[in-house]
Design a protein around this ligand. Structure first.
Ligand code: G4P
Length: 530
């Protein structure tokens, strides 16, 4: 097998999606621990402590260095090369979070056993579904009391519309689970006491479910209850079907506790075995085979270093096919120019290192002198294609932005244009309004702060920002006149996006339904219809 193919087949590139506090930081840290990338768990903790302390943008800025290194982590485990993409929750929630999913081949959905499916998990799950990204589920915090596992399966199905297939099942009593049952091997794995507060790999005992020793340890009642659960799962549950997993119709489900290292190794091993290796990516010339010798990649995230003295930016590139070597020159499709991929960096645990070579599935941070934009395609000279456009995500918060000083108009427009290209915010215009103001839309309010800060620091423009009372945007398709005379828009606003497509900004879902009913000749889309 070619070196490229061997390297590609061992890559697993995934994102962890969850609601804040479900335990993403803790699980990531434990994966590094099990992968041997960090000796004692605890090193990601400083990031966590700071994360909770974040109160304003200046604080976030100070942490840029930290969040850059945490954007993607790479480690080796059992022959696999693992790339974990960070999708920040919390105050950091933004379009970036969604876009990062574009670079993943699969996702791990982390759910708190006591809380079930929460709001942000739902949003991120839907993006995965739309993009056809297979989702694996890890039910976390099993060291605590929580919902019944059968109820959780049902909740996942009802709330997310996907069937769950438990790969393992908790053994013991709620709040005091002793281990997990591996359905494929019909084996029980009981974990020894956690004497190291989760900082060391937890020892376990493995054996067949019928082994009398386990019956004795667990007690006859618990053992009997487990056997009944297993029978019920086998009889009433779905069959395991990898095709369905890859098609996003079934989610393999695991149980564990990231904090106490309970069930972490069984999850990691099975997940890495099942998770897809780099998948073909859709381009305007058809699918690009990752095993092709031809190098190709796309940019999915741009992170500006907020230090005005440097003004350097990092562009994150996902390799889609071929081999990357340091210093190579590639064709930048959008500008039609060759660019040298300078200072390629990779992120191993907490360190940045210069990359000599990389393969499909790998993520590299590139020094960006301002040429890259979100969604840009890079490929070998002589090739000429673009990867599928990055989707636009429906903004949920809106504001009107104007330059405080009208003399700064030029810089203001330049800044707004450049920052929009970079994907910092979505921009809309109020047709015929005559004023030099932009309506901006974001998915997380941090994006407002970033915009204000960057316009001031990078373009020298102070702005006036007025938040607008809308939470829903819908792209409209219909006759121009009907759109202009749309009924029920007294408290809404019609704007145009950068491609001059009409968009309605509406107060809430309830008003939206009301407006939809009264305008049957207009179609409403969550994202622009192509
Ligand atoms: P996040 O990145 O998804 O936001 O979650 P994070 O890992 O920061 O975890 C959120 C809280 O949940 C932390 O508690 C963490 O210790 C706890 N946690 C994570 N996994 C488990 C688990 O398996 N079991 C239990 N019981 N708790 C878990 P905290 O009080 O905010 O921080 P700390 O005082 O524990 O450091």
């Amino acid at each position: 097998m070619s070196e490229l193919k061997t390297q590609m087949e061992k890559r697993r590139t995934y994102a962890i999606i969850s609601h804040p506090d479900a335990g993403k930081t803790t699980l990531t840290e434990k994966l590094l621990l099990y992968g041997g990338a960090i000796r004692l768990a605890g090193s990601v903790k400083s990031r966590k402590a700071q994360k909770h302390a974040v109160s304003d943008w200046m604080e976030i800025e100070k942490q840029r260095g930290i969040s850059v290194t945490s954007s993607v982590l790479q480690f080796d485990y059992d022959g696999y090369r693992v790339n974990i993409l960070d999708t920040p929750g919390h105050q950091d929630f933004s379009e970036d979070t969604y876009r990062t999913l574009m670079a993943a081949d699969s996702a791990v959905m982390l759910i708190d056993v006591a809380k079930g499916v929460e709001a942000q998990t739902k949003k991120l799950f839907h993006v995965c579904r739309q993009r056809g990204i297979p989702v694996f589920t890890f039910i976390n915090k099993l060291d605590r009391f929580g919902k019944n596992p059968f109820d959780l399966m049902e909740e996942i199905e009802n709330v997310l519309g996907i069937r769950a297939y438990p790969m393992n099942w908790p053994v013991g009593i709620d709040g005091h689970y002793a281990g997990v049952y591996n359905r494929k091997l019909a084996q029980i794995e009981l974990f020894e006491e956690d004497n190291a507060h989760g900082s060391a790999i937890r020892a376990s005992k493995v054996g067949g479910v019928e082994d009398p020793a386990f019956r004795e340890i667990l007690g006859a009642d618990v053992h009997q209850a487990l056997c009944e659960d297993i029978e019920l799962l086998d009889m009433a549950g779905d069959a395991f079907d990898m095709e369905k997993v890859l098609a996003g119709e079934l989610t393999p489900m695991f149980f564990g506790s990231a904090m106490t290292n309970f069930g972490v190794r069984p999850f990691l091993e099975e997940f890495l075995r099942l998770a897809p290796q780099p998948v073909p990516r859709v381009a305007d010339v058809g699918k690009i085979d990752p095993a092709s010798e031809m190098f190709s990649a796309f940019i999915f995230k741009i992170q500006a270093n907020m230090n005005p003295a440097h003004r350097d930016r990092l562009a994150f590139m996902r390799i889609c096919s071929g081999k990357f070597t340091r210093g190579m020159e590639v064709y930048h499709k959008r500008t039609g120019k060759m660019v040298k991929l300078a200072q390629p960096q990779q992120f191993m645990a907490q360190e940045r290192t210069i990359v000599e070579e990389a393969y499909p599935g790998d993520i590299i941070g590139l020094f960006d002198p301002g040429v890259f934009g979100i969604g840009d395609t890079l490929c070998e000279a002589g090739q000429d294609f673009s990867f599928q456009d990055f989707p636009v995500f429906p903004p949920e918060q809106f504001a009107k932005v104007q330059a405080k000083d009208s003399m700064k108009r030029k810089q203001f427009v330049k800044g707004m244009t450049e920052l929009t290209q970079e994907g910092a915010v979505q921009v809309f215009r109020q047709p015929d309004s005559g004023i030099e103001a932009f309506i901006i839309g974001v998915v997380g309010s941090l994006q407002f702060e970033v915009l204000e800060y960057r316009l001031k620091n990078e373009y020298g423009v102070n702005i006036i920002m007025d938040r607008l009372p809308y939470s829903v945007a819908r792209w409209l398709v219909g006759e121009k006149d009907s759109i202009k005379a749309m009924k029920g828009m007294d408290s809404g606003m019609i704007v145009e996006d950068i491609k001059d497509r009409p968009v309605a900004l509406i107060g809430n879902e309830w008003s939206l339904n009301w407006i939809c009913e009264r305008n049957p000749d207009i179609q409403f889309f969550e994202v622009p219809a192509e």
